[in-house]
Design a protein around this ligand. Structure first.
Ligand code: B12
Ligand code: SF4
Ligand code: SF4
Length: 396
């Protein structure tokens, strides 16, 4: 046994003091990860246990039972893995939830009243956020594992079967508002979400509470009445779904209320009172490109496949392809009340794609019904596609 004050005890004490000092100087791994996430361009980084949001699975199943997913068949196919993080990756111990602010500079709904121009939703006015965020999530995951000296991690943004919103609420990034999106006290409705699942044990942050109160602005503003109840969205009625995910003709009942929204919709996000705390995003690759801010419908209607691909290279809009995009542009032309745009619709009545021809018939019928009636005599007998024939029959 060593007597207290012996050289050996002094050495042990010194070593303990040195370690304590080092612990003070070296932040906890959670704080180090958070700081690194901010350096990488994220605005929020918080932690949750892998068994977060246990009720989300049942709610997802109820949503699918109601067929609220429309023809997003992949939501049904991946339901079991989507329902809980451990169903996707049983080894996951902790979740890192990230938010990236993409707040717009000005009023995101300003172009809705410019009838000869298009409204593109804020998230799609520049680069595809998936590409941007995925790269950064990978960098952060690499940093985490290096810092911990062990473990494994997987990164997710949007495309994998992960329910990012309820998980982000459990981590305290924000709460799911009545419009079902995550609202943040600091960034309002304008956060992109991403997630890292890891085998590392990380201390969880407290969850966020619901701060919607009696407000129902987002529910009331929806142009297509897509909320059957607060916190529930029927995607089949949502213009974001109809303009981006839906492959067929836009159902007639939604066409007029679509206005000039040609890619996505921001109405329910934009009216949220919590946006008063929001600020413009700091990521320049997501700031609106001038040519995507209220582009003239006439110019968009003239895009052929090559021009479409060139204009939207690197943008999420490229994903829907030229024909679906032109379908949307033609609905906006039909709603424009600008007779000068009738020439664009008339030209596209002869387009090679039935989806475009059908929407062109509707648009021309809205702007120049007499001209449509003349053309019907020549075109309807020769029209090979049944959906387009129906448009001819129904048009004014
Ligand atoms: C499928 C999908 C869509 C679909 C369906 C949207 C939806 N609300 O489900 C469509 C194409 C319509 C869509 C549209 C949009 N989307 Co989207 N979408 C997704 C995706 C891939 C999956 C969402 C999902 O799991 N839906 C299934 C339903 C069942 O889940 P849920 O919405 O969380 O539903 C919950 C509520 O219904 C709740 N609930 C049910 N009953 C009750 C009752 C009470 C009392 C409570 C509290 C809750 C509650 O429980 C459910 C489970 O948590 C996610 C990415 C991801 N992997 O998470 C992006 C995502 C949700 N989309 C996003 C965005 C930006 C949009 C748009 C704004 C794009 C645009 N401008 O056009 C719109 C917004 C429309 C809207 N109001 O939701 C962001 C949202 C970011 C955020 N801050 O929340 C996400 C997270 C993508 C990302 N990585 O950033 N989207
Ligand atoms: S995105 Fe537009 S259409 Fe969809 S729920 Fe919100 S307001 Fe309604
Ligand atoms: S608009 Fe009102 S009800 Fe809708 S999410 Fe914001 S606070 Fe909640």
């Amino acid at each position: 046994m060593q007597a207290s004050g012996s050289p050996a005890t002094t050495a042990i004490r010194k070593d303990r003091d040195r370690r304590a000092k080092q612990a003070d100087a070296t932040p906890r791994i959670e704080e180090a990860i958070r700081a690194h996430a901010i350096d990488l361009g994220f605005d929020v980084c918080r932690f949750a246990p892998a068994e977060a949001a246990p009720s989300q699975g049942e709610r997802l199943r109820a949503w699918l039972r109601d067929s609220a997913h429309g023809d997003m068949g992949w939501m049904l196919e991946t339901a079991e893995r989507r329902a809980a993080p451990r169903a996707l990756w049983p080894e996951a111990a902790s979740l890192v939830l990230l938010g990236l602010n993409y707040g717009p500079e000005g009023d995101p709904l300003a172009s809705l009243s410019q009838r000869d121009c298009a409204t593109i939703s804020v998230y799609a006015r520049n680069r595809d956020y998936h590409d941007l965020i995925k790269g950064r999530l990978k960098q952060l995951a690499g940093y985490m594992l290096k810092r911990a000296g062990a473990g494994d991690a997987k990164v997710f943004v949007d495309t994998a079967p992960v329910m990012e919103k309820p998980l982000a609420q459990t981590a305290g990034v924000g709460w799911q508002g009545k419009h079902t999106n995550l609202v943040s006290r600091d960034f309002g409705s304008w956060l992109f979400l991403g997630a890292i699942f890891t085998t590392l044990q990380l201390d969880a942050d407290p969850p966020e509470q619901d701060h919607c109160g009696s407000c129902r602005k987002c529910l009331d503003v929806c142009p297509t009445a897509a909320f059957p109840a607060p916190y529930r969205l029927d995607a089949r009625r949502c213009l974001s779904y109809l303009t981006i995910e839906h492959k067929g003709p836009i159902p007639h009942e939604f066409r007029e209320n679509m206005g000039n929204r040609i890619y996505g919709c921001d109405d329910c996000l934009a009216v949220c009172p919590w946006n008063k705390y929001a600020s413009a995003g700091r990521e320049t690759k997501l700031a609106a490109r001038p040519e995507f801010d209220a582009p003239p419908l006439e110019k968009l209607a003239r895009l052929d496949d090559a021009a479409f691909r060139a204009l939207f290279a690197g943008s999420p809009i490229k994903r829907i392809g030229r024909d679906r995009f032109l379908r949307n542009v033609l609905i906006a032309i039909g709603n424009s009340r600008r007779l000068e745009l009738a020439a664009e619709a008339e030209r596209l009545v002869e387009d090679a794609a039935p989806l475009v021809r059908g929407a062109a018939v509707w648009a021309l019928g809205r702007l120049a019904p007499a001209r449509l009636a003349e053309l019907r005599l020549q075109r309807l007998p020769a029209e090979p596609d049944e959906t387009v024939r129906q448009e001819w029959r129904q048009a004014a």
